[in-house]
Ligand binder design. Sequence first.
Ligand code: ARG
Length: 667
Amino acid sequence: MNILAELRGRFAAALAALADDAPQGVAAADLTPFADMVLPSQDAKFGDYQANCAMPLGKKLGKPPRDVAAQLVSALKLNDICDEPEVAGPGFINLRLRDAWLAERLTEALGDTENLGVSAVAEPRTYVLDYSSPNVAKPMHVGHIRSTAIGDALAKVLRALGHRVITDNHIGDWGTQFGMIIYGYKHFVDEAALAADAVPELSRLYRLVNQIGDHQQLAATGVPALEAKIAEAEGRVADLQAAPAQDDKKKEKQAAKKLRQAEGQLADLRKELAGAQEKLAAFEADAELSRLAAEHPAIGASALAETAKLHSGDEENVALWERFLPDCLEVMDEIYRRLGVTFDHTLGESFYHDRLAPVVEDLQAKNLARESDGAICVFLDGHDAPFLVRKKDGAFLYATTDLATIRYRMEEWRPDAILYVVDHRQSLHFEQLFATARLWGFDDLELEHVSFGTVLGDDGRPFKTRSGSAVGLMGLLDEAVERAHKILSENDDARPEPMLSADERLEAAERIGIGAIKYADLAHNRTSDYTFNYDKMLAMNGNTAAYMQYSCARVKSIFTRGGVDAASLRTPGAEIVLDSLAERALGLELLRLSETLARVAADYKPNHLTAYLFDLASRYSEFFEHCPVLKAESEELKTSRLRLCDLTARTLERGLGLLGIETVARM
Ligand code: ARG
């Protein structure tokens, strides 16, 4: 039962009734959306839920808000659920759920082994979720873990609500990185290393070609461009300095400010140049690298030519691609196994190769794309730059593949929505992609860029793993697990009698370490950046996976201590007593799982669920403090409280499970 949705439904009916004596031109449909202003109360003294819609409604209807509130209350049919609503202050409507009604809902939830009382949506939708999607053979970075964690959690939550979900890992397996690897293979390969362990050697080749290319570009165009900018900035400063003095004080001040700005810009540019020169010097100090760079001028263009050959079906390059790809996929899959993540499909960019030309043809035939400077472009209202679907040299782009992918997904799965869990730096791409797709005829499809912020290091810059490679990513997971193991062992060794065997410690550490990384990714509002910090994410206190896992284990330990089989408590009609404040608060929180999941599904933010679990754990602590369970005054009360414990443990476990986080029996 989604309590919030139920209350809003009842409010919508009452609001519609207000339309009867509303001023001319105000229809029921204008009033019913105010039902969304029913929200959980911030403070229990204002009841369980609160509606503050009477204030804006008062304006709309030209009546005092308190009168509107009174009218609404008399139109509301709520007495099966709530005590008599109370109008407070300027027109707040406070709602308190009836204790008996709450207890009945808890009984239902307790008996609902699968869903714990979470109601399925009335109209299930089909969602395609595009997440993780790394570029294989290129170093995978923490951002890909964030995408994976968020996408996996959203898939699980949407499924829990009864939606049909298709997950598709849109890997970059056809891009320029393969041209670089192929070029590297043809010129620099260490055959023995490749035979021994392919991926590190392929990564080395990728990095080598990339490094030489970056260096050449910096030397050939980067530095000269900076120098030109500096000369320009110097000219500006000189002009401003030479400008005749102003007699007007205000103008004088403005001129001084302008000069300071120009000087600041100049200083920044000089700093940038110094950085670039330092980089060049470091490269040149390496004799081997310098030699290679001299022997392979314009390596970037050569690598691009290898990519072009691959795309046009060159036998040798296709064979190399086919040879390298499985190894690259294997490294990626290792990470997924470790994270416990699976996908329904992994249809990478290469899958769409033959579907790209028809996309461009179709766009041209429909007059949506046209030639400009030899390239084929879609011009979009509100965008200065066009959306490029074919380059001058005939090459297709990331954009073309994404358009072909939308078309394929529509033909194959007929989704109502496609969600792309991709970092915020690609927002322009997705804006243009969605606008183009709508023009192309996919206009009743919901296309959503579920964007997320950057994972930062302690220095406030984008977090980098030590070796900056996929191997580095595995190292990152290892380190979290090792640290979890250390904390776990220290705590356990401090006990008079350690609780965990060596194997149990290892298993728990894996769950806690991996859980910590996922939870940190999920608990932050996805749109903001956050700082990757092992100490914080592994802390036993606060809104962390470790704290949630600990809470869950603690609740369950009651059953061991009391020698109670939790499943035996879940009999049909099992009674639950909500006499004390702490019991009632816990009971109400337990029933909010349903509305929490609906919230996650509404704005695609898993942090509503982490916040909920944290609140639930707090309500449980208060309950545990105030309500003896095994030593309750009566057998009846003991059973009821054990039922609340059982439901708490299962709700925590279910919630963590939906976040892709495993629990631990003891810690
Ligand atoms: N491969 C891309 C990257 O690593 C992300 C792909 C996201 N999905 C998509 N359909 N564009 O940046």
